[in-house]
Design a protein around this ligand. Structure first.
Ligand SMILES: Nc1nc2c(ncn2[C@@H]2O[C@H](COP(=O)(O)OP(=O)(O)OP(=O)(O)O)[C@@H](O)[C@H]2O)c(=O)[nH]1
Ligand SMILES: Nc1nc2c(ncn2[C@@H]2O[C@H](COP(=O)(O)OP(=O)(O)OP(=O)(O)O)[C@@H](O)[C@H]2O)c(=O)[nH]1
Ligand SMILES: [Mg+2]
Ligand SMILES: [Mg+2]
Lengths: 277, 291
């Protein structure tokens, strides 16, 4: 929080520190700081409060208009959930499914993480909590086969929303990224307009590696939105500015806890204000 | 990486005659950027730069015909020294059961690492017991049980009991079942969750672990200092295990955690399989951070 009243080097340093410590990153921070220094000169800004508003305004511009999750396609809407290990994919799916159920939609969860210990059991518990149907195979089976099976079932049972859980995978593992591409191909083959949403789940505490994650997952499956999790911690999630600006991927959802209700739509005003809180 | 950037910085200065303090400060700015881009926390970066400033302003750099290399040498030496000793000297109870408490934030790799530690020490002739003290996360108990089965290690869980009770009962159980190493997996929790941090405190008081390992996801950014500092202040960590180093994250969190807790990084996780547990090599970590 800046209590600084005049615009001087100390204030610039203070603002730069806030951005860097929020994981905004060196390049984006330097660019933002250069811009506001120029604006201060050009527009003869003298009030520190005006400077802060200027900076916050620029940061909101980087994020663009708030975009929410699209689910009003002709059923079934297919949402594919991807991301590296441990970021909160399975939990976010539970929360999202619950929200869809509250909206009166029928939901089918797909347990396509056939690899990790008790991944299917974990999703099953969320399915019970959110009151959804679930398609699963034996552990070790082909994720693409589970997805194929699920889409047939969704069509047959006239399901509104299909949400696919996938195994966590590091973006650097070529064979795992190939597996994901195959899953995506199966979806599109069975439903030409699907997947309607591909959500990349990112942990808000992630550092600059998030950019690499976004690049490679975008390359593999295309990404329509980010679900930024664990914002209830002390991390600010500043990595989304660069991701939004350089890759054009919007943040659509934020996770704010481990409970079934702890899912919000992304609000860039709130997000930017929280960064300076 | 940093080496190339510094070569570039000093190249521009060649032919200008003697290097000045300002020139060195420009070089230190490059080091600062490199560390920040590698996800080292800002306060740690500032402290590190200050600690190498004096040496960097010395004859060793100013009078060298390869000043960039000299700065790199200083940075590498200081960084590696900060990273600590490669020896992972884990503390074992000389008379009785040894207890490991595995703690950390959500999703960092605690459950998987508990399994890895069990396999590691089983291969060394110990008799581990894996204890499922995460009663909150859906199927957490099953997850650890599956891992225990995979490596044929005894497993302990209790329905309807608190984590503190589970931990105490597990140690009791190990005494009468010939297990000499009790590895307790706990629920992921935020360092700012007072209630859950208190729960860990109670578990520590109840079973007096020889090792309290903080599991840290190596892709964590600036928040690493906050997490490590709080866990260390409230529990007194004995070691850190850095996970998911099989990715391409630079891993600056390693320096942050090391600087702010003084705790040794005793192992690193380098994959999802239970044999993917490696010793920590400080020089390799430094090289990785500097890119
Ligand atoms: N505090 C907090 N914890 C969360 C949030 N979202 C998920 N978690 C926790 O993060 C941990 C990992 O969540 P999972 O849903 O298993 O993550 P995942 O991406 O499916 O993990 P893998 O399938 O193993 O890759 C769990 O302990 C969750 O309860 C959040 O928004 N806030
Ligand atoms: N690639 C890779 N994945 C890892 C490593 N360690 C753990 N994982 C994966 O990270 C994810 C989370 O691991 P868990 O062991 O469930 O993490 P946790 O800390 O117990 O999670 P919570 O109990 O929810 O807090 C899983 O998908 C693991 O397979 C590692 O060293 N490398
Ligand atoms: Mg999962
Ligand atoms: Mg766990």
């Amino acid at each position: 929080v800046t209590v600084h009243k005049k615009i001087d080097e100390e204030l610039y340093e203070e603002l730069e520190d806030i951005l860097l410590q929020a994981d905004v990153g060196v390049a984006a921070t330097c660019r933002l700081m250069d811009e506001i220094r120029q604006d201060v000169k050009k527009r003869k800004i003298s009030d520190a409060a005006d400077l802060r508003n200027l900076l916050q305004g620029k940061m909101k511009e980087l994020l663009g208009e708030d975009v929410s999750l699209q689910t009003d396609f002709p059923p079934p809407t297919v949402i594919l959930v991807v991301g590296v290990n441990g970021v909160g994919k399975t939990t976010t799916i539970g929360k999202l499914a619950y929200r869809m159920r509250q909206e009166g939609k029928s939901v089918l969860m797909v347990a396509a993480d056939t690899y990790r210990a008790a991944a299917i059991e974990q999703l099953e518990i969320w399915s019970e909590r959110a009151d959804t149907e679930i398609i699963k195979h034996m552990p070790g089976s082909d994720p693409a086969a589970v997805v194929f099976d699920a889409i047939q079932a969704a069509k047959k049972r006239d399901i509104d929303v299909v949400i696919i859980d996938t195994a966590g995978r590091l973006h650097t593992k070529v064979n795992l990224m190939e597996e994901l591409k195959k899953v995506r191909r199966v979806i599109t083959r069975e439903l030409p307009d699907a997947p309607h949403e591909v959500l990349l789940v990112i942990d808000a505490a992630t550092g600059q590696n998030a950019m690499r994650q976004a690049e490679l997952f975008k390359e593999a499956t295309d990404i329509t939105g980010i679900a930024l999790t664990k914002l209830d911690g002390t991390a600010k999630g500043g990595i989304v500015f660069a991701i939004s600006e350089e890759l054009g991927i919007p943040v659509k959802l934020v996770g704010t806890g481990e409970g079934i209700d702890d899912l919000d739509d992304f609000d860039s005003d709130e997000f930017v204000s929280a960064l300076f809180a | 990486g940093l080496a190339e950037k510094l070569q570039g910085t000093f190249k521009k200065l060649r032919g200008k005659g003697k290097l000045t303090e300002k020139d060195i400060n420009d070089a230190l700015r490059e080091v600062r950027f490199a560390l920040l881009e590698a996800d080292v926390s800002l306060p740690v970066v500032k402290e590190f730069i200050n600690s190498i400033r004096e040496r960097s302003m010395g004859a060793e750099v100013l009078e060298s015909i390869t000043p960039a290399q000299q700065v790199i040498k200083i940075v590498n030496e200081e960084l590696t020294a900060l990273m600590g000793d490669k020896r992972s000297d884990v503390v074992f109870n000389s008379s009785g059961v040894t207890v490991f408490l595995i703690v950390g934030l959500q999703g960092g790799g605690k459950t998987t690492t508990a399994g890895k530690l069990a396999l590691h020490y089983k291969k060394q002739g110990k008799h581990p017991l894996l204890v499922a003290a995460d009663i909150y996360r859906p199927a957490a108990v099953q997850q650890l049980e599956v891992l225990a089965k995979q490596i044929d290690v005894p497993f302990f869980a209790l329905e309807g009991e608190t984590p503190v009770t589970i931990a105490t009962e597990a140690v009791e159980h190990s005494l009468s079942h010939g297990q000499d190493l009790v590895i307790i997996d706990t629920a992921g929790r935020l360092h700012v969750d007072e209630e859950l941090m208190e729960e860990l405190q109670e578990m520590k008081d109840a079973v007096a672990p020889q090792e309290i390992f903080l599991i840290v996801d190596s892709m964590i950014g600036q928040d690493a200092v906050n997490i490590a500092k709080t866990f260390h202040e409230e529990l007194g960590l004995t070691g850190v295990i850095l996970t998911k180093l099989d990715g391409d994250t630079r891993g600056g969190a390693a320096l942050s955690v090391r600087k702010v807790t003084g705790c040794p990084i005793k192992f690193v996780g380098s994959g999802e399989k239970l044999d993917a547990l490696d010793p920590f090599y400080p020089d390799r970590m430094s090289a990785r951070i500097l890119g």
